[in-house]
Each structure stands twice: as C-alpha cells, then as structure tokens.
Design a protein around this ligand. Structure first.
Ligand code: ADP
Ligand code: MG
Length: 239
C-alpha cells in the first residue's frame, strides 16, 4: 500500500503539488492522468524518492520512504520512462541483467531468466539477446525497458508516459502487454499518462490531476458517470 498524506512540493514560491492525499492499494493498476505540468511526474518520483516532499509524507506499507534504506527501496521499485532509458553501450541481455547482477544472482541463472522473459514479451532470445538498443525499434526498446524493471519481480512498478513516444500500433501492443504482465505478476503499477484513452484502457482506478491537485480519484465507471469537475468532463470528451 502506498500512502500520500498531505503531500506538497514547492519550487521557490510555486507549488508543483498541493496537499495530495491518496492511498494506492497493493496490486492496483493505478493511473495518474492530467495535462502537461499537472504534477504527475512529481507525484511519481516521490514514491521512489527521486524527489522529497516539501510537506507531508509518502509511505509504503506504513513506512515513510524518507526513513527507508534507499538501495532497498529502489531495488524493490521498478521504474520505466518514456524512452532512451536503456544503456546504449550494453546489449539487451546486459541491460536486463543489471539488477539481478546487483542482487548477486549467478550468471547462469541470469541468462536463463533473461531468456524466458524475452520469450514472454515476444522477442526471440536468440535474435535479441546480443543486440544493442540502437538495433531495436522503439516498441522493442520499451519491451526491454519493462523487462529490466520487472525481472527481479519488484512489488511496485512506476511507469512515466512509457508509451507516449510510440506509434499507435506499437502503443496498443504494449498496452496489451502491460495488462497481461499485471495480470500475471499482480504487482502494484502506478502509471502516468496525459492520454485519457490510455488511462481508461489500463486503470483499475484513475486519478485525474490538474495544477498540482487531485480533481477526481475513482474507478472509471464513477468518473465517467459523475465527472467531479469541468476539468474532468473536458478531458474526457475533448481528449
Ligand atoms: P507533469 O509530469 O504532469 O507534466 P511535473 O510533475 O513534471 O508535471 O511538473 C509539475 C509542475 O512543477 C510544473 O509546473 C513544472 O514546471 C514544475 N516543476 C517541475 N520540476 C521543477 C523544477 N525542478 N523546478 C521548478 N519547477 C519545476
Ligand atoms: Mg511528466
């Protein structure tokens, strides 16, 4: 369970986030949606402590992340970014092995695991293991980025607009893939997007943000039937 209590983030005088209160349950596919600048990335980065709240606390299973051991915290939280996050000088296998290696898995086990995970996302291991990121399409790179983040089975996966740079067909495929992985592994996913259609497709609950505040947080059905605010209505019907 991830809990935000009275969380604000100020940059000089300006508030990037204002008094965020929310609880994300274990195993949820939780989507943060809002226009650019609404505070989604700031919210996400507080969970793995890339940013520190100016006020309030973020806790995971009752422990304030500021009090947790940073290495442990980060090793148990996968993180997937929009693009370009793979190490360009490492092969696909080496990129996916990074965290298993840090955790001390023997080489043989690492290679075997990478093999089976590549198969799981539809990349033929023989063909892809030894390629470099520039030899992959955008969609393939994101598949590898996702595998790198989940290969040690973290209980939380943070995703910041992971499919925004992809063409519509790849985006669709990756949306299906992440839904399947969530069904299989049942990790908690916190997923950021500016695309309401994507939020609707993926989220078990959706948190609509605007200007650093939560304007509505609920299941899709409730948000659709009872948009709490003009902002939500507009977002739905105008995209
Ligand atoms: P989103 O991810 O929804 O596009 P962000 O969380 O990145 O939004 O940013 C929220 C607000 O905080 C924006 O107005 C942004 O300009 C501001 N902001 C983000 N990072 C900084 C920073 N390092 N210094 C000053 N302002 C920032
Ligand atoms: Mg952002």
């Amino acid at each position: 369970m991830i809990e935000f209590k009275n969380v604000s983030k100020l940059y000089k005088e300006k508030a990037a986030l204002r008094n965020i209160n929310m609880t994300i349950e274990c195993g949820e596919f939780f989507v943060l949606v809002g226009t650019s600048g609404s505070g989604k990335t700031t919210t996400l980065k507080m969970i793995n402590r890339l940013l520190t709240p100016t006020e309030g606390t973020v806790s995971i299973n009752g422990v304030d992340v500021q009090q947790s051991e940073l290495r442990e915290l980060r090793l148990n939280i996968g993180y997937v970014l929009q693009s370009g996050a793979l190490f360009p000088n490492l092969t696909v296998c080496e990129n996916i092995e990074i965290i298993p290696e840090m955790k001390g898995w023997p080489k043989e086990e690492r290679v075997k695991t990478v093999h089976s995970y590549l198969e799981m996302v539809g990349l033929d291991p023989e063909q892809y293991m030894n390629r470099y990121p520039h030899e992959l399409s955008g969609g393939e790179q994101q598949r590898v980025g996702i595998l790198r983040a989940i290969v040690t089975r973290p209980s939380i996966l943070l995703m910041d607009e992971p499919f925004s740079a992809l063409d519509p067909i790849s985006r669709n495929q990756l949306q299906e893939l992440i839904k399947r992985l969530h069904d299989t592994f049942k990790m908690t996913i916190v997923f950021v997007t500016h695309d309401m259609a994507e939020a609707v497709k993926l989220g078990t609950r959706i948190c609509v943000m605007s200007k650093g505040e939560i304007v509505q947080l609920d299941t899709l059905q409730v948000i659709k039937e009872h948009p709490a605010h003009e902002v939500v209505k507009r977002f739905f019907y105008e995209g």
